[in-house]
Design a protein around this ligand. Structure first.
Ligand code: SAH
Ligand code: MG
Length: 200
């Protein structure tokens, strides 16, 4: 337990040992606090990896459910196994698909209190635009990894061309959402940078 949280340290460690980018504890604690403040009971997550973040959410918030989408088959299988091992099948619903291709008619839930975007960083705007219609009117959208290890503030000095392109795309999303008339955005320098987006 960290700060009274139910944790899955073995799963977390096993992921980190293989460079699977699971959310840091600090970020998870922030998510859980934010969900509790907003009385969120359901979340649509883009990017399940091995199920760690969804398991943390449903195990630390009463009557909470997560629907989550993962593109990588091996990670999806491992997530399924983890969910089953901890008997969380009635709280976590996982789909194997590219979230940009996923047929939204196959959703388990009609709408969500939270949309949590934690997948391919270059596609954040596309994920946002595709899934925001399923967010409840007063729901919140949380986006992780918006700083990219601080590089977003120093793009000119990034030497690697691919990294530079990626960081530019993250910055483009950040600028786009901050300037958007329909949404208000709060930024938190937690972990790798987290935004909480609400409809105005
Ligand atoms: N939320 C997880 C970590 C997710 S890591 C946790 O904290 O435990 C990001 C995941 O997004 C990776 O597993 C990657 O395979 C997945 N991903 C990347 N692009 C995707 C897409 N287009 N659709 C669905 N999943 C995607
Ligand atoms: Mg992340």
């Amino acid at each position: 337990m960290v700060g009274g949280l139910v944790c899955f340290d073995a799963i977390e460690k096993h992921a980190l040992d293989r460079n699977i980018p699971v959310m840091q504890k600090e970020g998870i604690e922030f998510l859980i606090d934010t969900f509790q403040q907003h009385q969120c009971k359901s979340c649509l997550e883009i990017g399940s990896a091995i199920g760690y973040s969804s398991m943390m959410m449903v195990s630390n918030i009463d009557s909470f459910v997560v629907e989550t989408i993962e593109i990588d088959e091996a990670r999806y299988q491992e997530a399924q196994k983890n969910i089953k091992d901890y008997q969380l099948e009635d709280k976590i619903f996982i789909h194997l698909d590219d979230a940009l291709e996923f047929d939204c008619n196959n959703r388990v839930f009609k709408s969500y209190d939270c949309l949590f975007i934690d997948a391919a960083k270059a596609q954040y705007q596309k994920f946002f635009e595709k899934y925001i219609p399923f967010l409840k009117e007063d729901g919140i959208c949380i986006v992780d990894n918006l700083d990219f290890h601080g590089m977003i503030y120093d793009i000119d000095n990034i030497k690697n061309r691919n990294t530079k392109q990626l960081v530019k795309k993250i910055k483009r999303f950040k600028d786009w959402i901050f300037d958007h008339d329909a949404y208000s955005v709060e930024y938190y320098p937690i972990g790798d940078g987290i935004c909480v987006i609400k409809r105005r």
